[in-house]
Design a protein around this ligand. Sequence first.
Ligand code: IPM
Ligand code: MG
Length: 357
Amino acid sequence: MTKKIAVLPGDGIGPEVTAEAVKVLERLRRDFGLKIELETAPVGGAAYDLHKHPLPDSTLTLARAADAVLLGAVGGPQYDTLPRALRPEKALLGLRAELKLFANLRPAILYPQLASASTLRPEVVAGLDLLIVRELTGDIYFGEPRGVRVRADGEREGFNTMVYAEHEVERVARVAFDAARKRRKKLCSVEKANVLETSGLWREVVIRVAKDYPEIELSHMYVDNAAMQLVRAPKQFDVIVTGNLFGDILSDEAAMLTGSIGMLPSASLDAADKGMYEPIHGSAPDIAGKGIANPLATILSVAMMLRYTLNAPVLADKIEQAVSKVLDRGLRTGDIYTEGTKKVGTKEMGDAVVTAL
Ligand code: IPM
Ligand code: MG
């Protein structure tokens, strides 16, 4: 059966990197029998410019109907003064909530070819392969009440609510335990149970779920310590499971261990493995339109799509091998460039991957 993929390029470098990932998909369709049909729609600031809303009904309807969503990036300084409900970021949060994409998988893998691109010493990061499973539809990101209110004394205060229901913790914990089962069988649950009630409950639920996974070695870590351990000795981790806010922060930190956030894909999955796939980097407005952004994170996001939603693991491997080959050939975009390698632009990098396929 033909699978439908919604392509939402978005803002900044989003359209440039998405175009390269689409080339890869087209190649797989033409030469490797992948049965897909692509449809593009605006999202984020691009959608606001066209429809005065970052997530127009037509885009949401397309995303709902699709088997998988490929997203570039959203956001840009020209939208930062809009009311919060109309900002590009709201489209991303809206898609996550509407499509019930509660499990966000963010692998941080150091390609051996890029060991010297990391700011950490090679022996600290060589061979790094960790997976952050971030809860994506709960926590302080969505908790109510929220807002800015005026106190009795006339001073304004901002407030948000960190909240997790047991079922929300349980379902993301299961995704993480299942992932650990297919890897090195270690899971570290990260929270702040020494201070927060939400985290205390989180830990209780994770311990309860662990009973169904006796073969997994479970540990718990406070988020401040986890942030430190990630730069001190990142190879101690296999799978990390954490809440929405902590996961947002730790996944950026983990990304940087690998040298560039331009290399890292992500998958956001619902209970039936329908997913939205996007590079974890943002819209990078400073380099947008220059043709120099790294398309590899988006291309690798397509590999995750093939593996998790389209059930084509062989093609997923193929993409990952093609990326590795291109790195072997010494091709580098500016973000991963080191002396002695060959600097290329977004298109050249995308074309090289398509050729390597
Ligand atoms: C991410 C981003 C988003 C988030 C922003 C753009 C809303 O930082 O996907 O990590 O905070 O979740
Ligand atoms: Mg983030």
